[in-house]
Design a protein around this ligand. Structure first.
Ligand SMILES: N[C@@H](CCC(=O)N[C@@H](CS)C(=O)NCC(=O)O)C(=O)O
Length: 258
């Protein structure tokens, strides 16, 4: 269902395809059926002009909305802006004050508790030039703890009438649920575990995540990612084509070749 106020001019999303954060924003655009365009560039240029003129912090995503003249970075702020301005039917948020702030609470938890910790786990597991087991253990434990918090909240949530699905706030999917998908989608890779191991003891969080990745909006987002990764000569996991394994890639990074 399209929103009433679909932007007349496309909103530009700056992104580098490999990492999860930009796909959080694309997922929201796709779910709301908004008019947007992707400005894809190389991760090697994230801390360089012209992108640092858009986001001086040199991290993606960032958006430019020609309909309002606003340039915005930090995916959580982008979520709040898009939902406030363009989700006019409140399809992915709530009318009630308390519920809206509970959505914001989960979004802040995603931004401060999930994104940075999952990111550090991935960094120490794959990209850091030294293997530091205590750092890997710390961030792996934090991932499991964060997933446990989500699983507990979902276990306590009232199942929605009809399909019995559990959501974080108010019995329907909101932007707060959607925000967690891109990092959770990468968990097997970050933790180097099978999908069953990742979600062991977390049935509600697993069912919640698996419901969202079945959405056409998520599938379309991942199709865009696959195309843009391919355009930059990258495999799905971010490893350049022609390099067989992550270990081979890690060795190249350690030698300073990437
Ligand atoms: N808190 C930021 C995090 C954005 C972020 O870290 N993005 C990664 C890509 S997924 C990035 O741009 N990294 C650049 C770098 O590490 O220099 C947000 O949610 O927008």
């Amino acid at each position: 269902m399209a929103t009433k106020l679909n932007p007349l001019k496309p909103i530009r999303v700056w992104l580098t395809p490999p990492g999860p954060n930009p796909w959080k924003v694309v997922f929201l655009f796709e779910e709301l059926g908004l008019n947007y365009e992707i400005k894809s560039f190389s991760f090697a240029d994230v801390k360089k002009k012209p992108f640092t003129d858009v986001n001086p912090n040199g991290r993606v995503p960032a958006i430019e909305d020609p309909n309002t003249g606003l340039t915005l970075w930090e995916s959580g702020a982008i979520y709040q802006y898009i939902v406030e301005l363009y989700d006019t039917d409140k399809r992915l948020t709530h009318e009630a004050l308390n519920d809206r702030h509970l959505c914001n609470q989960w979004l802040h938890f995603q931004m401060s508790g999930q994104g940075p910790y999952f990111g550090q786990a991935g960094w120490f597991q794959h990209l850091h030039p030294e293997k530091i087991p205590s750092a890997i253990e710390r961030y792996t434990a934090e991932i499991k703890r964060v997933l446990g918090v989500l699983d507990g909240a979902l276990a306590a949530a009232k199942p929605a009438a009809g399909d019995g699905a559990r959501w974080l706030v108010g019995g329907k999917m909101t932007f707060a649920d959607m925000a967690f998908v891109p990092w959770d989608f990468r968990l097997a890779e970050v933790l180097l575990q099978s999908w069953d191991e990742v979600w062991e003891g977390l049935p509600h969080a697993r069912a919640w995540h698996e419901r969202m990745v079945e959405l056409p909006s998520w599938k379309r987002s991942m199709e865009h990612r696959a195309r843009l990764m391919d355009e930059q000569g990258l495999q799905w996991n971010g490893v350049p084509k022609g390099i067989e394994t992550f270990t081979e890639y890690e060795e190249k990074i350690a030698r300073g070749e990437q």
